[in-house]
Design a protein around this ligand. Structure first.
Ligand code: UN1
Length: 516
């Protein structure tokens, strides 16, 4: 099975060490530590991967910078044409790459393919952007003058991605970078190198065929050594990081201390509120996916559920029942019947159990799930399977309610008044995603207003997770304030110049200053 998935994704299957470093034609290599990619569903080693040393990472940045100097002169529409070819090549391999994501990350096959679709979608967006990334022309107070806002590429963008979206999140950054003329150096999560290698092989092939230096899409698989070299390199103009708040704070501070640009997409402690007027059937269906889907490993996963007292007794037992039904759908993510795959690592499983312990220690209770799941199939015995849990912390003030547990644990609280629920939604460090289930227009209006949710994603009757690429994606507060994919996110990948141009032979000064 493993061989089939790997070879369909264009990866070697004969036990040879897969090269995880690329910086242009003929450079596939990696002199760093050899790492193993381990399947979260079975515990088997999928492949050994050659990773980047610090020196190789610096070399990749240098080559990306050289490649950028030529690539920035390629016209926007021509760059768009290259993105179109990347898009088509990725689309051709959609099911193969989707299966690879499922195998290496552990999400179910439909979500694996959905992630590749997200890469395709952002390419479509970036193709349009390659012709429409626009500055402005402004009126000057000086006669015969014009003011232009001009967007030029930054140079080299470092993209550091997490295990949970091992393809799409790089795509968000990479497609926009290509559209506006940057080169990129991608450091994927140390636990999902194969997804990154498979995608980079496809992208590199398109670039090389078009006579573009492949260093525009460099890859440095690896761990701390490669990551630190990338973050500290002054030649990396922007570091885009997706991961934990803890690591984001370290990276953010390091990049800031050398006056680099930073784009952070960190933790979420996402909340769903169910109001008295909500369509409860819709809320139920939506929440099961949002809270338990991807085994709770999206940054947008619903982690807190705030139910109005008037519907709580009706709604909660139905949700618990739905979670009980889910228990028959835990297992091999590559099987179409499965809805809940494994957690990505043993560490994640430990975190899950520790969080459940904390709920109990703080006086809360576990309503459903929370056990380890032992699959009947022998192959899956070493997988990190758990039964998704719903818990009721002692109070919304309990410390556990404040923390993001990156596993399928949903914490419930009961509210009486919408302002109180909004207060709990906003009363945590993180500010990524939020949703309100209601059919009351007044509640909707408040929710999206200055008195409402303080998150970057503020939904109504829609899951906290599963955002489309059209709008900007990202969160506020300790989530890091970064914005990626659609909306105005592309504006972060360019340097803006305000250009005042004098078309006359006079030299008037602004603000009426006289210097004659
Ligand atoms: C992430 O978990 O890092 O909105 C990204 C979503 C996906 C992206 C999640 N489109 O759930």
């Amino acid at each position: 099975r493993v061989g089939k998935v790997l070879s369909a994704a264009g990866l070697p299957i004969d036990g040879e060490v897969v090269k995880g470093v690329y910086m242009g034609k003929g450079t596939w290599g990696g002199n760093g530590e050899v790492m193993e990619s381990v399947c979260p569903s079975t515990g088997e080693v999928l492949a050994k991967v050659a990773t980047a040393t610090a020196a190789e990472t610096s070399e990749a940045v240098k080559r990306a910078r050289e490649a950028y100097k030529t690539f920035r002169k390629v016209t926007g529409p021509k760059r768009g044409e290259i993105i179109r070819q990347v898009r088509n090549a990725i689309a051709e391999h959609k099911s193969a790459l989707g299966a690879l994501v499922s195998l290496e990350m552990g999400k179910i096959i439909s979500e694996g393919e959905g992630e590749i679709q997200e890469y395709i979608d952002i390419c479509d967006y970036a193709i349009g952007l390659s012709r429409s990334a626009a500055g402005r022309v402004l009126k000057s107070e000086r006669p015969g003058h014009q003011i232009l806002e001009v967007a030029n590429p930054l140079g080299v963008v470092g993209i550091i991605t997490a295990f949970n979206f091992p393809v799409a999140v790089c795509g968000w950054n990479f497609a926009l970078c290509l559209a506006v003329g940057n080169a990129t150096v991608w450091k994927p999560s140390p636990t999902t190198p194969l997804c990154a290698i498979a995608v980079t092989r496809i992208v590199a092939d398109v670039l090389e065929k078009n006579g573009i230096d492949g260093a525009v899409a460099s890859l440095v698989c690896g761990g701390l050594e490669a990551g630190e070299a990338l973050v500290n390199d002054k030649a990396v103009d922007l570091v885009s990081f997706t991961g934990s708040e803890r690591v984001g704070q370290i990276i953010g501070t390091k990049v800031q201390s050398r006056f680099g640009k930073i784009l952070l997409e960190l933790g979420g402690n996402n909340c769903a509120i169910v109001a008295p007027s909500a369509n409860l059937d819709l809320a139920l269906r939506t929440l099961v996916f949002a809270a338990a889907g991807t085994a709770g490993q999206r940054c947008t996963t619903t982690r807190r559920l705030i139910l109005h007292r008037s519907i709580a007794d009706k709604f909660l037992p139905r949700l618990v029942k739905a979670y009980e039904n889910l228990q028959t759908r835990v297992g091999d993510p590559l099987k179409s019947h499965t809805l809940i795959g494994p957690l990505h690592t043993r560490g994640a499983k430990d975190t899950f159990f520790k969080a459940l312990e904390q709920v109990k220690r703080e006086g809360g209770e576990i309503l459903v799930g929370g056990e380890s799941y032992a699959p009947s199939s022998g192959d899956l015995k070493q997988g990190h399977y758990v039964l998704p849990a719903i818990v009721k912390p002692a109070s919304p003030e309990s410390p556990i309610f404040q923390e993001e547990t990156f596993a399928p644990m949903l914490s419930v609280a009961i509210y009486d008044d919408l302002d109180q629920a909004i207060g709990w939604n906003n009363g945590v460090r993180q500010g990524l995603s939020s949703t309100l289930f209601t059919t009351d227009m007044r509640e909707m209006g408040k929710w999206i207003s200055e008195e409402g949710s303080d998150c970057g994603l503020v939904n109504v009757n829609v899951a906290t997770s599963g955002a489309e690429i059209g709008a900007a994606f990202g969160g506020n507060k300790s989530t890091g304030w970064g914005r990626e994919s659609g909306g105005d996110a592309w504006k972060q990948y360019v340097r803006w110049s305000s250009c005042t141009i004098n078309f006359t032979d006079d030299a008037p000064l602004a603000q009426g200053v006289n210097f004659e």
